[in-house]
Design a protein around this ligand. Sequence first.
Ligand code: KG4
Ligand code: ZN
Length: 345
Amino acid sequence: MPMTRILAIETSCDETSAAVVVDGRAVLSNVVSSQMDLHAKYGGVVPEIAARAHIEKIGLIVEQALQEAAVTYSDIDAIAVTDGPGLIGSLLIGVTAAKTLALTLDKPLVPVDHIEAHATSAALVCDDDPWPAVSLVVSGGHTSIYHVADYDHIELMGQTYDDAAGETFDKVAAILDLGFPGGPAVDRVAKAGNPKAIRFPRTWLNEPHFNFSYSGLKTAVLYHVYGQGKKYGSAAHLSEQEIADVAASFQDALIEPLVIKTARAAAERGVTTICVGGGVAANSALRAALQSACDERGLRLLLTPMKYCTDNAAMIGLLGHQRFLAGVRADLTLEPRGGLVRTGR
Ligand code: KG4
Ligand code: ZN
């Protein structure tokens, strides 16, 4: 069978990324330009700044991906692009670039769902497809559990109803004055803390569904640090040990529902593999808790390597390849989140 080379484009949030992926496995290039520095002083991603930075970068990043892969436009079989979900202005830049390339090069255009790509990203480092599996996606923007029967049958089992796990990490880090992005800082500080020091709420822990809610946890931490009912304040009155205890106890409360629900989802679907993707998969306490839950239950845990956890076009190339094979195509009416032309699914 001839090789299929996919040029993949990802611009759903604050990373401009392009990749060339062969047969959904061999990543010839995966160029990622992060805008972290542009957003850091605002304590979060500013949509207008993100969109403008994507406009400035997208052409160069696509060129660089082709160069690093040592291929030309004529070697490409299809253009895969994230069409959602994400920041609408950011998505628009990637989708417009992909449509322009598809039109001018006369190549097929393949839309890819960003979170489904996170859910299948662990396969990038597997020799054989790891499906069926239950996949936990935990990042700055998403907290979702999927059942992946195979690439064409990806079912959302549950998701957060409010804040995402990474977003909650970032907000708690801001309350504790630990900087942005907060996840790595909370992770580091929590190592010196007692996870049982404060009993923060674990929303819906024992509910039968697979949804999450983290806004109550965030508010509980806020009131614990600033004082009951106070929305503004500072963590300056807390000792280093107290901050570590808050960080560790918060982390424990955030992680427990993730681990319990992911394991329960695997049991319900009778799968023996759990995949984890998204930036929060870097969290050391989450990794350890998932590993021991999997060991106890005889499950295989596949943690996506960090370079494919944060937003990247390689994962779009992997799922884009599968969508391409399944006959999924978009025409030039493709718009982020709306106006999709999807066939073959
Ligand atoms: O996947 P990603 O780039 O986000 C989205 O594109 O949505 O992940 C970024 C998120 C941030 O919220 C960051 O604080 C969090 O992942 N994160 C962590 C850790 N490293 C990154 N959260 C907890 N512990 C970490 N070690
Ligand atoms: Zn993402």
